[in-house]
Structure formats: structure tokens, C-alpha cells
Design a protein around this ligand. Structure first.
Ligand code: C5P
Length: 291
């Protein structure tokens, strides 16, 4: 059986509003997420038992790749696998690296052993964002984030992404958001009307993330970083997900590459230019030829 290699892209939240806390402890939200061209890479080789080798800093918190393996193994009798994960997405950054890895694990096992899995049902048991990564394109996500409605890709967009070198706990940021909720949540429709039509300048006007206020209350220095990054980029900067990564939109790959270089000279941490990915883009791993 040949090994399978999958690319696990990061994501940016271009819009995130919270509608309230649910009885199960999660928050009801509407968010627009877009995959971006910053990747982890997961290679799976059939083996006697499950092992995971990580090339990069040790994974914080729950290991979503192992969690995904166990969730699949609980449903089907499968052999072990040797999993090798090359980290390119900073962990604890709000860029969904762990969720993307889990989605790739589910897809990889399904393909490797031809299981015919209900991938979405398994994904929802692992984390709120895992379902999004199974769809491979921009989407409006609702519920606790696990209900995914694909949306059409707009004009080509690029971003400069900055992860300032420290992580935020998703649970801690959500835990602080209550005081920032409003009785009339911002409707996502204004964003959706602009997405796909506007260039980066127009789109920046409708970018929104309710979790920013909670994250900045916990870490005021992150807001200062966002302001400074916003001054260096043409249209300002926002935070993705529960942070701590920040991003700003650019019109072209060349502009994003040029500005990322400038940002890197001023900021510590991880800085990268990243294209927003559409469904039409091939996500195939260049090395193995499999996606
Ligand atoms: O679903 P996931 O495991 O990624 O969520 C991590 C934590 O983030 C949850 O335990 C919860 O505290 C918070 N969360 C939330 N509402 C959501 C998604 C996550 O409160 N919609």
C-alpha cells in the first residue's frame, strides 16, 4: 500500500460574530473562513500500530491527529499507521492548524484503507473547525462552527500573516467574550455581499471578529501589535479566530511578498505572505502527487 501525503492548509476568519452562549457551553456563531496557502504536511504509511512523528515544535494541548485516528478506529477495524506531520502552521495561532491536521487524518485514512467514512460526522467529534477543512474552500460556518456552507470564491486575494510568537487559549478567549456581546449581533450578509465583489480595500471595511475584543482584553499588547501591523499594510490588520495571529489583505502576491519582508524586519515571530485559496486551486502535494 502506497503512503498518502496530504497538505493541511491554515485558515483565516474574515468575519466572526457570536450570537450567544449555548447550554452545551459552546458559543453559537457565524463565521466566514477561507483556507490560505500556509501548510502542515501529513504523510501516512500503513504500519502495525499508530505512531506520530512531528517535525516542528511539540504540539500543545490535545493532539488532534491522534484524536482523529482514534475516532476512525472506533468506527472501523483499521491497521495502524505511521503518521509524519511537518508543521508549517504555528500552533495556538487561530489559524486552525490542529483542525486542518485532523481533517487530513480523516481523509487520509479514508483513502488509504478505502473506508467510505462519513467524514463530517467524525470531524464534528474532534473540534468545531474540523468540518470546514474537509470542504476545501471558503465557507460560511454556523452552529458552533461545524455547519459548513461553501461560498463562491471572489477575486484573487492575498494576505500578510503575522503570528507574534505567543499562543492564546481558545477556551480562555471565548471565556472572556461575554461582556463584548451585543443584543443585536452584526449580520453576516453585509460581509457576504462584499466578498467576491470587492478588492482588498473594500473588503477590509467589512472584516470583523468579535473575539478580538476578548483577546485584546486578555492581551492588550496584541492590539498594539495589530495597530502597528495595520500601519505597515495597505488596508489595516485584523485578528483571525481566537488569535493570536493577525493578518492584513493585499492585492497581489508580489505586494504580499514585499510587505511580508518589511514586517519580518520589525516583528519577531512568524511572518508569511499567503494566498487565499479557492476550490479551483490544486492543493496537491508537489512531492507525492497526491492531495
Ligand atoms: O471545538 P474546539 O475544541 O476547537 O473548541 C475549543 C474551545 O473553544 C471549547 O472548549 C470552547 O471553550 C470554545 N468554543 C466555544 N464556542 C465555539 C467554539 C469553541 O465556546 N463555537
Amino acid at each position: 500500500m502506497k503512503p498518502v501525503t496530504l497538505r493541511c492548509p491554515a485558515k483565516l476568519n474574515l468575519f466572526l460574530e457570536i450570537h450567544g452562549k449555548r447550554p452545551d457551553g459552546y458559543h453559537e456563531l457565524s463565521t466566514v473562513m477561507v483556507p490560505v496557502g500556509i501548510y502542515d504536511t501529513l504523510t501516512l504509511t500503513p504500519a502495525k500500530k499508530f505512531t506520530l512523528e512531528v517535525d516542528g515544535p511539540p504540539l500543545p494541548g490535545t493532539n488532534t491527529v491522534e484524536k482523529a485516528y482514534k475516532a476512525v478506529a472506533a468506527q472501523r477495524k483499521i491497521p495502524g499507521v505511521r503518521a509524519r506531520l511537518v508543521k508549517g502552521v504555528p500552533a495556538g495561532s487561530g489559524m486552525g492548524g490542529g483542525s486542518s491536521d485532523a481533517a487530513a487524518m480523516i481523509e487520509g485514512l479514508d483513502r488509504l484503507f478505502d473506508l467510505g467514512l462519513d467524514r463530517h460526522a467524525i470531524a464534528a467529534t474532534i473540534g468545531s473547525d474540523v468540518n470546514f477543512f474537509l470542504e476545501r474552500g471558503a465557507a460560511l460556518c454556523t452552529g458552533r462552527g461545524e455547519k459548513v456552507a461553501p461560498i463562491a470564491q471572489g477575486p484573487e486575494l492575498h494576505a500578510v500573516v503575522l503570528w507574534p510568537g505567543f499562543s492564546l487559549s481558545t477556551a480562555a478567549v471565548y471565556g472572556r467574550v461575554r461582556q463584548f456581546l451585543t443584543p443585536t449581533p452584526r449580520p453576516v450578509i453585509d460581509f457576504l455581499n462584499s466578498y467576491g465583489r470587492e478588492g482588498p480595500g473594500g473588503l477590509h471595511q467589512v472584516l470583523f471578529n468579535r473575539l478580538e475584543l476578548a483577546a485584546f482584553a486578555l492581551h492588550p499588547e496584541l492590539d498594539a501589535l495589530r495597530r502597528r501591523l495595520g500601519e505597515m499594510l495597505p488596508h489595516g490588520a485584523r485578528m483571525t479566530g481566537s488569535g493570536s495571529a493577525l493578518y492584513g489583505l493585499c492585492s497581489s502576491r508580489a505586494e504580499a511578498v514585499r510587505l511580508a519582508k518589511r514586517v519580518r524586519s520589525e516583528f519577531a515571530g512568524f511572518v508569511a505572505p499567503a494566498g487565499l485559496l479557492g476550490r479551483e486551486v490544486s492543493w496537491k502535494s508537489r512531492k507525492s502527487g497526491s492531495s
